[in-house]
Write a protein that binds this ligand. Structure first.
Ligand code: CP
Ligand code: NVA
Length: 309
C-alpha cells in the first residue's frame, strides 16, 4: 500500500485509478462513515463550480468539507459563466490562488480537461456529459457494503447507454472486476473511446462489459439493476424521442423478476418515476437508491482527504 499516493492528483475519470487505489478509497469511505467528524481538512477550501443544476453533488461536497473542518464555496452557473464571462484557463488559474481544490460540473468533457490543465490544485469531476466518477465511486461503495464484494457481480444498466452514468459504470465495473451489461437500443450505444478503454481495463483486471438490446435477456440473474434518466441535463429537447425509443428498457416489476431475488435496484437520481423506473420498483425492498445518495458524502470525503489532505 505504501506506493499509493493521491496528493495533488485530479479525479476526472475512474480510469485514472487502479483497482488497489479505488479499494483504498472505499476503505477510507467506510472509516469516514463510521467517524464522520474528523478535522483532516482544517483550513482547506474547495470551490464548487457548476454549469448545470445539482442537489446531491452540491450538498454532499459542501457538507463533506464542513465535516472535515474545511469549507466549500458554491459558484452557480450564472456567476462564473465559464468560458463566457472569462476563459476557462483564467478561471482555473485564479481559483488556484484561493482554494485547495476545484469540484466542477460541466457540459463538455473538454471543459474539465482544460480546467485541470490550467489549475494548480486538484480538479474533481462532479459530472460532465461523458462521465460521473463520484457517483460511481459511491455506487461501488454501496454495492460493496451490501454484497460484501464487487468482483464477479453482474450489474445490468438499463436505458441510455450513451450517457455519463453508463460510461462511468463501464469503467468502474471493468476495473473492479464486475460483469457489466449495458442494455439499450442500438441508437444509444456507449461512446467509442469509452468502450475501447473499457476493453483495455477488462483485459487487465478481469471485468466483463457487454452491450445487449434485449432488456429481459440482459436482466437475467442480475445482482444489480441500475438505471438513470433517459434524457440527461442538456438533452431536454430530445426527451419525447428518447421516451419512445427507450420505453422497453423501463426498470419495472416484470424486469426485476428476471433478476436474482436479492438484486439491488439502483438509480443515481434525480429520477423520472413512470419513465426509466416505476415508483413501485424504486420503493421496493430491493431498492438502495437513498443509500447511494448518502454514500456520495462518504465516498467523496475519502477523495477529498486523499487529494487535498
Ligand atoms: N446524482 C447526482 O449527481 O445528483 P445531482 O445532479 O443532484 O447532483
Ligand atoms: N445522466 C444524468 C445524471 C444525473 C446525475 C444527467 O447527466 O443528467
Amino acid at each position: 500500500m505504501s506506493e499509493i499516493n493521491f496528493k495533488g492528483r485530479d479525479f476526472i475519470s475512474l480510469a485514472d485509478y487502479t483497482r488497489e487505489e479505488l479499494f483504498f478509497l472505499l476503505e477510507q469511505a467506510k472509516e469516514l462513515k463510521k467517524n464522520p467528524l474528523q478535522p483532516l481538512l482544517a483550513g482547506k477550501n474547495l470551490a464548487l463550480l457548476f454549469e448545470k443544476p445539482s442537489v446531491r453533488t452540491r450538498v454532499s461536497f459542501e457538507v463533506g468539507m464542513n465535516q472535515l473542518g474545511g469549507s466549500a464555496i458554491m459558484l452557480p452557473p450564472e456567476q462564473v459563466q465559464l468560458g463566457k464571462r472569462e476563459s476557462v484557463a483564467d478561471v482555473a488559474k485564479v481559483l488556484s490562488r484561493y482554494v485547495d481544490g476545484i469540484m466542477v460540473r460541466t457540459f463538455a468533457h473538454s471543459t474539465i480537461l482544460e480546467l485541470a490543465e490550467n489549475a494548480d490544485v486538484p480538479v474533481i469531476n462532479g459530472l460532465t456529459d461523458l462521465l460521473h466518477p463520484c457517483q460511481v465511486l459511491a455506487d461501488l461503495f454501496t454495492i460493496w457494503e451490501k454484497k460484501g464484494k464487487l468482483e464477479g457481480l453482474k450489474l445490468v444498466y438499463l436505458g441510455d447507454g450513451s450517457n455519463n452514468m453508463a460510461h462511468s459504470l463501464m469503467l468502474g465495473g471493468a476495473i473492479m472486476g464486475l460483469e457489466v451489461v449495458i442494455a439499450s437500443s442500438g441508437e444509444y450505444r456507449p461512446d467509442q473511446s469509452i468502450a475501447a478503454k473499457t476493453q483495455e481495463l477488462s483485459a487487465k483486471y478481469g471485468g466483463r462489459v457487454s452491450f445487449e438490446t434485449d432488456p429481459q435477456a440482459a436482466a437475467r440473474s442480475a445482482d444489480i439493476l441500475y438505471t438513470d434518466v433517459w434524457a440527461s441535463m442538456g438533452q431536454e429537447s430530445e426527451a419525447n424521442l428518447r421516451r419512445k425509443v427507450l420505453a422497453k428498457y423501463q426498470l419495472n416489476q416484470a424486469l426485476l423478476e428476471c433478476a436474482k431475488p436479492d438484486c439491488l435496484v439502483m438509480h443515481c437520481l434525480p429520477a423520472h418515476y413512470g419513465e426509466e423506473i416505476t415508483l413501485e420498483v424504486a420503493q421496493s425492498a430491493n431498492s438502495v437508491i437513498y443509500d447511494q445518495a448518502e454514500n456520495r458524502l462518504h465516498a467523496q470525503k475519502a477523495v477529498l482527504v486523499q487529494l487535498l489532505g
